[in-house]
Design a protein around this ligand. Structure first.
Ligand SMILES: Cc1cc2nc3c(=O)[nH]c(=O)nc-3n(C[C@H](O)[C@H](O)[C@H](O)COP(=O)(O)OP(=O)(O)OC[C@H]3O[C@@H](n4cnc5c(N)ncnc54)[C@H](O)[C@@H]3O)c2cc1C
Length: 425
């Protein structure tokens, strides 16, 4: 699974599967952050609603139990100022709910650093990322990153332990009165109905919250992989600094993301092999050796003091990506079918926003949330393989080529531009 779950003794099903057909008000398919925030918000808003979560494996099996642990105020696509403001305030909203529900998930509101290790990236992060520019010297006061030209610091981000948050949210949703069934696969969603081997769940609303596991051509599963070190010795932490637990991105087109864990390790993630034929990467148990080696090389280059600290674990997961790389929340009162997802790599805070938005849509409320432009957004469908396979792999090959060229030439690379066009971003 993931190091995060290993730290909690492994991911196990602790709830019974559905044993018989059922009628309820809202059936939620998928027990990740999206499904669990939605369930919690609905029950808190209207305790008379019968809300059921149907999870194929165990809650937190998907990206929610495997991610980089950035509760970050950012969202994929080209958000309007209103949507951007909503996702930024979702960081505080989520943190407040986590405190209210007494979920211990190692949360530290330390902000985030977009570190640039060449001049082209320095110019890019300064123009694209929200926050304050720290030159190399100011950055070194916080964290010493080899070869850094500087970083943009954005205070709107918290470091979290992903599996602790998933486990805590499932408990909170249950305490609020949600029924959760694990080991329960939904084989088909139809208007007002989710089909399972134990029979149909009939509901006024059926919410699909299956993200990278969504079948069909609406969402592509794109892999992201991570490694984590053993705890660093005190001497290494003295050399590095990083006392504020800021999350960190080493900015590049094929960027990597890092966190300092609560127990003094460094976790680093990146794309690796992004897609396999037919979405076979959904079932991948472990990243391939090349991906592990390249993440390790990236880590050692950024923090030479970590070179002798062994890698403790490696894992991989899938994120959900729509054809225009734009997330969406949808709810159709006529069919009772609803969906939220397509967050790309920024789903931790966005899932909280989606949960509150689905709550309002299901309850028929007209609010600021239901008027945000991602509500009702429909993306084009993905091409079938082999076009999808060729396209996704070409985009990432172009990004890697741009990353090799830009530090040498000192100019933005056309490869990156081409990658963005091909991706339809
Ligand atoms: C390695 C990695 C690192 C990431 N890092 C970050 C980060 O630092 N910050 C950030 O904001 N985002 C990050 N993301 C993205 C973020 O984790 C996801 O966007 C978010 O967790 C999505 O939550 P979800 O509930 O929508 O989907 P998931 O957590 O994937 O949950 C979907 C659930 O649906 C279940 N399911 C699927 N099919 C069925 C079915 N037929 N019947 C019943 N259940 C089903 C699955 O078992 C799963 O539990 C990362 C993702 C990955 C993979």
């Amino acid at each position: 699974m993931s190091f995060w779950w290993e730290q909690l003794g492994g991911l196990r099903r602790t709830r019974d599967p559905l044993g018989a057909p059922l009628d309820c008000d809202v059936a939620i398919v998928g027990g990740g952050y999206t499904g669990l925030w939605t369930a919690l918000e609905l029950r808190r808003a209207d305790p008379s609603l019968d809300v059921v979560v149907l999870e194929r494996e165990a809650c937190g099996f998907g990206a929610s139990g495997r991610n980089g642990g950035w509760l970050v105020g950012d969202i994929a696509g080209h958000p309007s100022p209103a949507l951007m403001a909503a996702v930024r305030s979702a960081v505080d909203e989520a943190a407040a709910a986590i405190a209210r529900e007494a979920i211990d998930c190692d949360l530290v509101m330390g902000g985030t650093l977009s570190v640039a290790t060449d001049d082209v990236n320095a110019a890019r992060v300064r123009s694209e990322e929200p926050g304050e520019w720290l030159d190399a010297e100011a950055l070194a006061q916080r964290v010493r990153v080899a070869g850094a030209r500087g970083a943009v610091f954005d205070p709107v981000c918290a470091r979290i332990h992903p599996a602790k948050l998933a486990r805590g949210l499932a408990g909170a949703a249950e305490r609020a009165g949600t029924r959760i069934f694990e080991g329960t696969e939904v084989t088909e969603i139809e208007p007002h109905r989710a089909r399972t081997a134990a029979g149909d769940v009939r509901a006024r609303w059926v919410v699909r919250a299956t993200e990278g596991y969504t079948p069909g051509s609406a969402i592509a599963p794109i892999s992201s992989s991570m490694i984590v070190t053993e705890p660093l010795p005190a001497g290494a932490w003295e050399a590095i600094g990083w006392d504020g637990a800021e999350t960190m991105m080493a900015s590049a087109h094929a960027y990597c993301y890092l966190q300092r864990t609560a127990d003094g390790r460094i976790a680093i993630g990146g794309r690796g092999t992004p897609y396999r034929w037919g979405g076979a990467n959904r079932a991948m148990k472990r990243p391939d050796e090349r991906t592990i080696a390249s993440l390790r090389a990236r880590l050692d280059a950024l923090f030479p003091d970590v070179r002798d600290v062994p890698t403790a674990a490696a894992w991989t997961g899938v994120l959900g990506v729509a054809r225009d790389w734009t997330p969406a929340v949808r709810a159709d009162p006529a069919t009772g079918m609803a969906f939220a997802g397509g967050y790309v790599g920024e789903g931790v805070a966005a899932a909280n926003l989606a949960g509150r938005t689905l709550r309002d849509l299901v309850l028929g409320r007209d609010t600021q949330l239901t008027r945000l432009e991602w509500v009702g957004h429909t993306s084009p469908r993905w091409e079938p393989d082999p076009l999808r396979w060729i396209g996704i792999r070409t985009v990432y090959a172009l990004y890697r080529a741009a990353d090799r060229r830009e530090p040498r030439t000192g100019r933005p690379s056309r490869f990156a531009w081409l990658g963005d066009r091909l991706a339809g971003r």
